[in-house]
Design a protein around this ligand. Structure first.
Ligand code: ADP
Ligand code: MN
Ligand code: MN
Ligand code: MN
Length: 346
């Protein structure tokens, strides 16, 4: 039997990129459930029609798909998902290819930080009319927030089947997940990827995003990464970025954590620029956020821009949590910015 490789890439849709994929049949490989994953180089380069993905004009429409990260395909056992970088007609990294820019930052001194990332990806399960699960089907609102976060019970939870099937799928895919929870707004939930290096963690976020959308198809539910899917007194959706360098993780690392907070604060605009579309609607100062208009950090403070976890302050080493990135942010851009700022690379 040939292998089916699902080639996945990030398109050029603005203001937030979307995922595309298509299937390559590889007669030279055999489906396998072995421990050993084939490397990306075992998969040939491929191409796609960039004029249909906001990445090229129709008259010169070819883009290249360069395999960059492989995982198991949870929907086709023994087969693979292949996350690709996109190149332009000349074979150069496409302007929408933020992964290539992250590789560049790592190659130009960033790797020396030995940075680790953990992203908390929040998402909202929505019906095809755009209304969140858990909101009444014919308009109107559910009861106010309070009982839904990490809840159990039919009065508080909608979408449990989808949520569970997603957990099975990311475990089958062998992604670096570390947890899952339902969130403060009905229909909202979260998964955490990490802690791993910048490229691995970011790649796994994009692969998990694809897997979740794919699971949602079976339920007629689409996955919104909107920063503020319901206006009003409802939580937005973020992607908290947990970050550490080798220095921060070592004894006395708290000094480096404070220095990093200061450096990040000094580059407030540069950071917000890569924290996702419509952060102004979400970072209001309410709903466990800090206002985007000012930068603050503090121990155990969920109203600050950056939280230093209590246990990190107690042990004097560990990591920081930048709470500002939106659910719709690009992890490659966040990671590149974080490493550039904290490494003093610009
Ligand atoms: P919260 O209390 O903010 O909801 P979560 O448990 O949802 O926290 O997420 C914490 C994240 O921090 C996880 O993804 C975890 O992998 C990550 N993390 C833990 N230690 C580190 C570290 N040293 N560097 C970077 N990320 C880390
Ligand atoms: Mn969390
Ligand atoms: Mn959360
Ligand atoms: Mn968090």
């Amino acid at each position: 039997m040939p292998v089916l490789a699902e080639y996945i890439w990030i398109d050029g849709t603005a203001p937030s990129a979307a995922l595309r994929s298509k299937t390559k049949v590889l007669h030279s490989l055999e489906p396998s459930l072995d421990d050993e994953l084939p490397s990306p180089s075992a998969f040939p380069e491929w191409g796609a029609d960039g004029s249909s993905t906001n990445q090229a004009e129709g008259a010169d429409s070819d883009i290249g798909l360069i395999p960059a990260r492989v995982c198991r395909d949870p929907f086709r056992p023994g087969n693979y998902l292949v996350l690709c970088e996109v190149t332009d007609a000349l074979g150069e990294s496409h302007p929408t290819n933020a992964r290539a820019r992250l590789r560049k930052v790592l190659g130009e001194g960033g790797a020396a930080l030995e940075a680790l990332f953990g992203f908390e990806q929040e998402y909202t399960m929505v019906r095809l009319d755009g209304s969140p699960l858990g909101f009444p089907e014919n308009g109107g609102f559910p009861g106010p927030q309070g009982p839904y976060y990490c809840a159990v019970g039919a009065a508080n939870i909608t979408g449990r089947h989808l949520y569970e099937e997603f957990i099975d799928a990311v475990l089958d895919a062998d992604l670096l997940v570390s947890g899952f929870n339902f969130e403060v707004m009905p229909g909202q939930a979260e998964y955490q990827i990490g802690a791993g290096d910048a490229l691995l963690t970011s790649d796994h976020i994009w692969l998990a995003r694809w897997i979740l959308e794919r699971v949602g198809e079976d339920y007629g539910v689409s996955i919104s990464l909107d920063a503020k899917p319901a206006k009003g007194d409802w939580n937005g959706a973020g992607m908290h970025a947990n970050f550490s360098t080798k220095e921060m993780r070592e004894e006395g690392g708290i000094k480096a954590i404070h220095a990093a907070c200061e450096a990040i604060g000094a580059k407030m605009e540069e950071h917000l620029a890569v924290y996702g579309h419509d952060y102004e609607s979400r970072l209001t100062g309410a709903h466990e956020t800090a206002s985007y208009k000012e930068f603050t950090y503090g121990v155990s403070d969920r109203t600050a821009s950056i939280r230093i976890p209590r246990q990190v302050a107690n042990t004097g080493r560990g990591y920081l949590e930048d709470r500002r990135p939106n659910a719709n942010a690009d992890p490659y851009k966040i990671a590149a910015r974080m490493i550039t700022t904290v490494g003093g690379l610009d």
